[in-house]
Design a protein around this ligand. Structure first.
Ligand SMILES: Cc1cc2nc3c(=O)[nH]c(=O)nc-3n(C[C@H](O)[C@H](O)[C@H](O)COP(=O)(O)OP(=O)(O)OC[C@H]3O[C@@H](n4cnc5c(N)ncnc54)[C@H](O)[C@@H]3O)c2cc1C
Length: 307
């Protein structure tokens, strides 16, 4: 059964797919202002400035050049070039950072070989400056192709990591499959609307699955766990399991989400990486952040009516 917050998330993601809602957000100055709370800026320079400031506070970053579901090879090539430029800036600025990529942005839907070629180039470039590439996880129709491509490139380059979503029924098997590859594994709840055959629907059930995966991941010495959540309960669980890792794991959080909690985590001496999205294609990313928290939508609506 769906609980209220899952219903809100589902409804919200449905509404924001409509063209007029998209226009309302992207063309209204308030929409753009709300985006700046969660997005570092439209240009690479803006994002690098945010990343440098986070590094100065002892926080690592993962840079996400926003974009997804690319349908032509030319746009996929542009996305690859943008990520290459980002890796150049990370190296030039001696930043403690890596990049997070979506395979549909690198051409997975056009031709898997385009995405494979791009991921290899990024892995090679990142290795050249001693950093890594994290493969984001998208809608479930892409899960198998994403994991297959990750396995292939990780086996040859060794400096990749992958995001796995706790809400999917298949994720325990996927975790068992990717752990021996030795990359980092980002464990998150999952941000998309999925049917009951594919994913658990109720928030409490997602937390139960997350806990099970967390226990497996933190107990596996061959992999580096990246625990991506802002959920107090799951963060407490991670603190409790931290002793066995001897510092060899990190928390991951989103830029602009629960900054006080982010500060608390570094003050406790844990590693934290903040996901820094940037670029002009911020609308789908913003809709997922609003779907996670009704207060974010309320903020927007209040600003539109001028209250
Ligand atoms: C670094 C990182 C990378 C991610 N990568 C992926 C990915 O590759 N694929 C994928 O499907 N999902 C990804 N996600 C998103 C994830 O799946 C969840 O949708 C998102 O993190 C919200 O879940 P939560 O665990 O924070 O718990 P929630 O229960 O949603 O939130 C816990 C608390 O955090 C606060 N909070 C949460 N979200 C927000 C927000 N947007 N604004 C303000 N406060 C908020 C609220 O106070 C809430 O009570 C990623 C998340 C992070 C942190």
């Amino acid at each position: 059964m769906l609980d209220l917050s899952s219903l809100y998330r589902r409804g919200m993601l449905g509404i924001t797919e409509r063209a007029w809602v998209n226009r309302l957000f992207t063309q209204h100055p308030v929409g753009r202002r709300l985006a700046t709370r969660f997005v570092a800026g439209e240009g690479l320079d803006d994002a690098i400035a945010v990343a440098s400031a986070l590094n100065r506070r002892g926080i690592s970053v993962s840079m996400d050049h926003l974009g997804e579901h690319v349908h032509d090879a030319g746009t996929a090539a542009e996305a690859l070039a943008d990520y290459m430029a980002c890796l150049d800036q990370i190296e030039a600025g001696h930043l403690d950072g890596n990049v997070s990529v979506k395979l549909t942005q690198l051409g997975l839907a056009v031709d898997p070989s385009i995405a494979r070629d791009a991921l290899e180039k990024l892995a090679k470039r990142a290795a050249g400056s001693g950093t890594t590439v994290t493969v984001d996880m998208e809608e479930s129709m892409w899960t198998e192709a994403t994991i297959e491509l990750y396995e292939d490139v990780q086996q040859r380059f060794g400096n990749l990591g992958i995001a796995l979503q706790a809400y999917l029924h298949r994720t325990v098997d996927d975790l068992v499959r990717v752990m021996p590859l030795g990359g980092h594994v980002r464990l998150c709840k999952g941000a998309y609307v999925e049917p009951p055959e594919v994913a658990v629907q109720e928030k409490g059930q997602v937390v139960i699955q997350f806990r099970r995966l967390l226990a497996m991941l933190m107990a596996e010495p061959a992999t580096y766990p990246a625990i991506a959540t802002h959920d107090d309960e799951l963060i407490r669980d991670t603190y409790a399991r931290a002793r066995v890792r001897d510092g060899s794991f990190e928390f991951q959080m989103l830029y602009g989400v629960r900054p006080a909690l982010q500060q608390e985590i570094i003050e406790r001496g844990h590693r934290l990486r903040v996901y820094v999205p940037y670029g002009s294609q911020w609308y789908p990313y913003l809709t997922r952040r609003m779907a996670e928290r009704p207060a974010n939508l309320a903020l927007f609506l209040r600003a539109v009516v001028g209250k």
